[in-house]
Write a protein that binds this ligand. Structure first.
Ligand code: C2O
Ligand code: CU
Length: 526
């Protein structure tokens, strides 16, 4: 939370109200007239003052001590259930299974295979020259934004050494959409300390699932990502015929959309009849969409997971959530084709200039009924617990700052739920939104499958997501298998919103974190 660093010197347990009341009421006895005025003022301002006062965040704090335990109404198995249920506020971090807790820093990759791909990424403050002629005060990785495209084969180990040259507030790398071990998740103040200038951190994980992913800083993420601290990661399938693929990261630099940080158009020479998989990555705070001019296409993957039985699509656009990915496969026609992104950027496939651009089709493809069903690998009907994640908005104070802030289940940060699970459980979550804006909800470390939207069940391919647009007035039911122990952020990927309170966490019983938000390191994941 941004504000955590502003409030120095507060600790959990400070008695805020006592100190305040004693100082104000002492003069009352002496002069009753001003006292009446004072009492009237206090009666009016007191509750507001208390709201303000009680919204101040301690620093540093453990995210596991914030908010309230939510076990979905079902006690956790073993001693963890007892403790978790008893903890009202604070101290619910690290309930032990059998009395011991596991620190997230120890939850690292267990494969001992040597890395097939190993590289160093050096983050620095940089001036990014835009094709518009403007210069953005931003960040680069190895001298470019986005950082290098990383390619690794499924089943191989990837090792990335992050070096911070001179980014004063520190940096991390989060592997968006990759279900990495918790200790490699790159969330400042939750799974690691931000890497200070001159420091480094080594991420190392097995690329288990093929797909399109991306990486970005999760320290002061809103500003660092917007200003260029991100890149794309492709995990190529181990089996199957090689398919030509192209990555298009779409990012707004100072309001101008660029593909791969270079230009609004990316020319990809391709022969007629060639099949090309275009991996669209939306690294922005808002949703976009992709469609194809000049040829039919198939939506072959969403958020890194292949769609089962994708049929040809024409005259429809594909929504791409903030943080989300969509892989579009096109067989290049003689006249070439354009994969349009948002209407202001395109990948041009073919030999020549390609067809003229087409406007966004009026209809959007709905993944809820696209493709054909396939096994999920678990039974959502056998869920051990069900959570609600209801997003709203109301006026109040967030770390002492008045505003219209997001709420989760009617409560404002930091009084948000800590969704508690035990390893191996099937979990359902109902995400609903009555806040007036769209929220691209992103859970770290897991993929969830969409069961229904507004009560309408999913009938197509399993729709696996790590980033899900929940529009105002919508509700989704999703399910996931809790198979990756740790403390995981579950937040909105319009990265401005988490700093306005739209964050909760998914936490496994028996896990604790030694890291803190705020404090001397200045950890600030949002
Ligand atoms: Cu792409 Cu919590 O992040
Ligand atoms: Cu949001």
């Amino acid at each position: 939370m941004r504000g955590a660093r502003r409030t120095a010197g507060r600790r959990p347990g400070d008695d805020r109200r006592t100190g305040r009341r004693a100082g104000r009421l002492n003069p009352v006895a002496a002069r009753w007239r001003p006292a009446v005025a004072l009492l009237a003022t206090l009666a009016l301002l007191g509750p507001v003052g208390w709201l303000w006062w009680s919204s101040l965040l301690p620093t540093p704090y453990a995210v596991t001590d914030m908010g309230h335990v939510d076990d979905g109404g079902v006690p956790l198995p073993g001693p963890a259930g007892h403790h978790a249920g008893a903890a009202a506020h604070g101290g619910h971090g690290g309930q032990a299974v059998g009395g011991r807790t596991v620190g997230v820093d120890t939850l690292r990759e267990t494969s001992t295979a040597p890395p097939a791909v190993s590289l160093t990424l050096t983050a620095r403050r940089d001036r990014i020259a835009l094709p518009t002629g403007r210069v953005l005060d931003g960040y680069t990785l190895n001298g470019t934004s986005p950082g290098p495209l990383i390619r690794v084969r499924q089943g191989d180990v990837l090792q990335v050494r992050l070096v911070n040259a001179d980014v004063a507030e520190g940096v991390t790398l989060h592997w968006h959409g990759v279900d990495v071990p918790n200790g490699d998740d790159g969330t400042a103040g939750v799974t690691q300390d931000a890497v200070p200038p001159g420091g480094e951190f080594v991420y190392r994980f097995l690329a288990r699932d093929a797909g399109t992913y991306w990486y970005h800083s999760h320290q002061v993420a809103d500003s660092q990502v917007q200003r260029g601290l991100y890149g794309a990661l492709v995990v190529e399938p181990r089996d199957g015929p090689p398919v030509r693929d192209v990555v298009a990261t779409a990012h707004l630099y100072d309001g101008a959309r660029l593909l791969d940080g270079r230009s609004p158009t990316l020319a990809v020479p391709a022969a007629p009849g060639e099949r090309v998989r275009v991996r669209v990555v939306n690294t922005d705070n808002g949703p976009t969409s992709a469609w194809v001019t000049g040829a039919p296409f198939r939506l072959v993957a969403i958020d890194g997971t292949d769609v089962h039985g994708p049929s040809p699509v024409e005259g429809r656009s594909v929504p791409v959530t903030a943080g989300g990915r969509a892989d579009l496969e096109v067989t290049v026609p003689p006249g070439g084709a354009r994969v349009e992104i948002g209407g202001n950027a395109a990948v041009v496939l073919g030999a020549g200039p390609g067809p003229p651009p087409s406007p966004r089709p009026e209809q959007a493809l709905d993944p809820l009924g696209y493709g054909t069903p396939a096994p999920l690998g678990f039974d959502p009907a056998a869920a051990a617990r069900t959570f609600g994640y209801a997003i709203g908005r109301r006026p109040g104070f967030l770390d002492g700052v008045p505003g219209l802030w997001w709420t989760v289940n009617g409560r404002m940060w930091p009084d948000v739920p800590m969704f508690m699970v035990a390893e191996g459980e099937v979990v359902r979550m109902r995400i609903s939104n009555d806040s007036g804006e769209v929220h691209p909800m992103h859970l770290h470390g897991h993929h969830a499958v969409v069961l229904s939207r507004d009560g309408v069940p999913s009938t197509g391919s399993p729709w696996w997501v790590d980033s899900l647009d929940v529009a105002d007035g919508e509700s989704y039911e999703v399910a996931l298998l809790a198979d990756n122990p740790g403390v995981w952020m579950d937040h909105c990927h319009n990265l401005t919103h988490p700093s306005e309170g739209l964050v909760a966490h998914l936490m496994y019983a028996g896990v604790s974190t030694p890291y803190r938000v705020g404090g001397p390191v200045g950890n600030d994941p949002e």
